[in-house]
Design a protein around this ligand. Structure first.
Ligand SMILES: Cc1cc2nc3c(=O)[nH]c(=O)nc-3n(C[C@H](O)[C@H](O)[C@H](O)COP(=O)(O)O)c2cc1C
Length: 189
């Protein structure tokens, strides 16, 4: 039997990312779990950012952000970037993370993250407590260290993690291949 609960944001698991952004003279980053792919063509990613976040102000001004996906080795730094604001401090220095230059935007990449996705804001939706910034992907950077021999990302080398309510969990074991039921079926893209 299922219990019916009141409306909430109980949706799980959520990916965990570090969102970086910059305006002249100032870089910042914040942890985000309300982030996901929302369009394939053109490739787009949306992130929901509360108005009070300093990162909100920076993305609004610059129209750019980078989605950086951390591995488990960055768990401490990732939690830390979600506990304090960069309003009055350099969070890169505080979390001992390094900046790298992007290819298409002025927003800094988090060098230690194996995957960095540069985005340009295409749409901004005021939803209530949060603003949804929808960004078109302009460039994707992948650390070759986390690739397998075919050039695909090897999740065991990457070791991304997710947020399950208020707990961080790793990815566990592979349990199947996408489309493994599709033999003889015309798959709609
Ligand atoms: C795991 C985790 C996920 C979070 N996800 C979000 C999110 O999706 N959107 C948001 O606005 N804040 C989120 N936060 C909170 C911000 O990261 C936090 O308020 C941060 O200090 C904001 O930094 P800033 O003021 O420098 O932008 C999250 C925090 C943690 C620890």
């Amino acid at each position: 039997m299922k219990e019916v609960r009141k409306p909430s944001t109980l949706f799980l698991p959520k990916p965990v990312a570090l969102i970086s952004a910059s305006i002249p003279g100032e870089d910042n980053l914040m942890t985000a779990a309300w982030v996901n792919v929302v369009c394939m063509d053109p490739p787009m990613i949306a992130v929901a950012v509360r108005h009070s976040r300093h990162t909100h102000h920076i993305i609004e001004k610059s129209g750019q952000f980078v989605v950086n996906i951390p591995g488990e080795d960055l768990l401490h730094a990732t939690d830390c970037c979600g506990m304090i604001s960069g309003k009055k401090m350099d969070k890169f220095a505080h979390a001992k993370l390094s900046r790298a230059k992007g290819a298409k935007t002025d927003a800094p990449l988090v060098e230690e993250c194996p995957l960095n996705i540069e985005c340009e804001v295409k749409k901004t939706n005021q939803l209530g407590s949060h603003t949804l910034f929808i960004g078109e992907v302009l460039a994707v950077h992948v650390d070759q260290e986390v690739l397998d021999e075919k050039g695909n990302i090897d999740i065991k080398k990457f070791r991304p993690f997710v947020l399950n309510q208020r707990e961080y969990w790793n990815m566990g074991e592979k349990i199947g291949d996408y489309g493994f039921t599709a033999s003889g079926v015309k798959v709609i893209p």
